[in-house]
Design a protein around this ligand. Structure first.
Ligand code: PLP
Length: 357
């Protein structure tokens, strides 16, 4: 062989299919509703901080991410030792798998769920154990508990679930955790936490406090609107948080990202208003679609799920015609982000014309 030898584990790594930007359409504003981004530009106060930070990028960022860690600790009222940051919560997730899994160790998670999961697991040489969602697109926590073996190191619980939308309830998660061996880490991926409303929803910080094998994964990419800056964090038991700091890319969270994340925590109230608008739009979209005869499942996130089966490619094409770039998942269905009100109007129109199954 005259080529460099690469790890065979990489042959098992699926490609990440990123949401596509919309194709330009003559005379039509097009919208990217394929990546669950926040449609609002950063707040002016945050942009100002980003501009100031930009003048300092000849320096390395604070490797300890001290100021942001302190700000998060204060914001969440948790000890700073329980916080670890990373290059997006996907970066933190990769550190989790690296910190816990040797080759052939198992990671249990629902499927379909976030498509980064099989990727980070495969890169580590670990084994994915995918547990099908229930017929109503929820986590099947009983089946997930039953899938745990003595090779299981991590269980990922994505709530609300990307791409289908429903959340896990606090009581059912609590009952699930009671069945998980104490040396198996339960990771609650709360990327869409801020969009969740209603009774009985997961109180992650409460579970984190009461269980030494539970950690939370959160991000500035969605509600906070900083997807382009790549910053996420974990709230984890101290030994786990320490392992995450060890496995972090040195200086990975850059200084613009650190500054913008702090400024966003300070602008919490302004951002909350925007989140409420998106949640209201979600309700409006779901109501309109149900009225048009679509059987939409609940969504607690900033997207809605169309379980279209074989009709998936046709729906994607119809959305494309209308200037909407949406996210297909094989022939399972289509996820559409709640975007600008005009984009949401357009989605309702397309779905009405396309017709429910
Ligand atoms: C978007 C998303 C993330 C966040 O990714 P970042 O790396 O923080 O941008 C994490 N988990 C899920 C389920 C997501 O959908």
């Amino acid at each position: 062989m005259d080529t460099p030898r690469l790890r065979p584990a990489l042959d098992q790594v699926p490609a990440y299919v990123a949401g596509k930007p919309p194709a330009p359409r003559e005379g039509l504003t097009v919208y990217k509703v394929s990546s669950n981004e926040n449609p609002n530009p950063p707040l002016p106060s945050v942009v100002k901080v980003i501009e100031e930070a930009a003048t300092q990028v000849n320096r390395y960022p604070d490797m300890g991410v001290t100021a942001l860690t302190d700000a998060l600790a204060a914001h969440l009222a948790v000890p700073r030792e329980q916080i670890a940051t990373g290059t997006g919560s996907v970066g933190v997730l990769a550190q989790i798998i690296q910190s816990t899994c040797d080759p052939a160790d198992e990671v249990v998670y629902a499927w379909r769920s976030f498509e980064a999961y099989p990727i980070v697991v495969a890169i580590a040489g670990a084994t994915s154990v995918q547990v099908p969602l229930t017929a109503d697109h929820r986590h099947d926590l009983d089946a997930m508990a039953a899938a745990i073996t003595d090779r299981t190191r991590v269980v990922l619980v994505c709530t609300p679930n990307n791409p289908t939308g429903p959340s896990v309830q606090h009581a059912e998660l609590e009952a699930f955790i009671a069945k998980v061996p104490k040396d198996v880490l339960v990771v609650v991926d709360e990327a869409y936490l801020e969009f969740v409303e209603g009774e009985g929803e997961v109180d992650g910080l409460d579970l984190r406090r009461r269980h030494d094998n539970v950690m939370l994964l959160r991000t500035f990419s969605k509600a906070y609107g900083l997807a382009g800056l790549r910053v996420g964090y974990a709230v984890a038991p101290e030994p786990v948080a320490e392992a995450l700091r060890k496995t972090a890319t040195p200086f990975g969270v850059n200084l613009i990202a650190q500054a913008a994340a702090i400024a966003s925590l300070e602008a919490q109230h302004e951002l909350d208003v925007r989140v409420k608008e998106i949640v209201a739009e979600r309700g409006r979209v779901l109501d309109a679609l149900r009225e048009a005869g679509w059987q939409m499942s609940e969504s607690q996130a900033n997207f809605v799920w169309f379980p279209l089966g074989a009709r998936t490619p046709d729906f994607v094409a119809a959305c494309g015609e209308a200037g909407l770039s949406v996210r297909p998942y094989g022939t399972d269905g289509v996820r559409v982000t709640i975007g600008e009100p005009e984009a949401n109007d357009r989605l309702i129109e397309v779905a009405r014309a396309f017709g429910p199954a």
